[in-house]
Write a protein that binds this ligand. Structure first.
Ligand code: ADP
Length: 263
């Protein structure tokens, strides 16, 4: 269709003068749309073959019929297939989140239950190497999409485990005040140099690609978090001291919250 997409930039000069620049960004917008569709299609098409390969590898490994000396290569093939599967799933999720920037579902998601579930997942991922505690104030619900909120909360908690190689405490916290609700994950892991912080939510941006890959990271986690937040009018803040640890906080506006505490 012929719809044009225009971008306006207004600069004011003193009281009664302004410069208005109108940019026609229709082409740019279409290209961006094509890029998103392409990534979503490729990811979708890769899912079936990956499922088949993973299935046969698992069967072969479990059967004990693998040729002499093939146990290790088989294990590696299975692990790499799992990596590719999570990459493809993350790309697909990200493409879906990007297609509509605003307002996701209208479910009422119980924060206490969500954080409890995320803590259990983080504990199982940690395999007992970290002490993971929960400090959750009040009974609150967030209006939004339960799956999306779960992936945002879980991403932060799993990152805290991944980037605390020496174990150590991790705290999941929920607080409500006059500005809204705040979910924070604090670790005492490797921390992040401040110069990297503004770029962490970019796709595939990693401070240390080797370490990220080793721990099963795809480099898409925080990009997914960012897009989930956009769709919930929420924001991310990061504070970190290299060598000491990091705190990642999600801020939800008060109008997305409801208190369910019965008095
Ligand atoms: P990845 O899959 O690589 O973990 P993310 O998008 O989740 O991708 O994170 C991007 C990068 O941010 C990571 O590669 C890592 O360098 C850094 N990072 C994220 N969380 C933490 C944390 N809790 N402590 C230190 N670094 C972190």
């Amino acid at each position: 269709d012929d719809t044009r997409i225009l971008q306006l930039e207004v600069t004011h000069y003193g009281q009664d003068e302004a410069l208005v620049i109108v940019r026609d960004i229709t082409r740019l917008h279409k290209l961006e749309q094509m890029r998103r569709d392409f990534v979503a299609n490729v990811s979708h098409e890769l899912r079936t073959p990956l499922t088949v390969i993973a299935g046969y590898l698992e069967t072969l490994e479990a059967s004990g019929q693998a040729p002499q000396g093939w146990q290790r290569p088989l294990t590696q093939m299975r692990e790499q297939t799992a990596r590719m599967t999570s990459l493809v799933n993350d790309l697909l999720l990200l493409a879906r989140l990007e297609t509509s920037e605003r307002d996701s579902g209208r479910e009422r998601v119980a924060v206490g239950e969500l954080i409890g579930r995320v803590a259990r997942e983080a504990r199982s991922f940690s395999g007992g190497r970290h002490e993971i505690s929960v400090d959750c104030q009040g009974d609150t619900t967030i209006t939004g999409d339960a799956n999306e909120l779960h992936s945002a909360f879980a991403n932060l908690a799993l990152n805290a485990v991944k980037y605390s190689p020496d174990g150590g405490p991790i705290q999941l916290r929920w607080r409500v005040d006059e500005n809204g609700g705040h979910f924070s994950v604090t670790d005492s892991g490797i921390g992040i140099d401040p110069i990297h912080i503004p770029r962490l939510t970019e796709r595939f941006y990693r401070v240390d690609a080797g370490r990220s890959r080793e721990s099963g990271g795809t480099g898409l986690g925080l990009a997914i978090v960012k897009h989930v937040l956009l769709r919930h009018s929420a924001e991310l803040s990061i504070s970190s001291v290299p060598g000491r640890g990091s705190t990642f906080t999600l801020h939800f506006p008060a109008q997305k919250l409801e208190s369910t505490t019965s008095t």
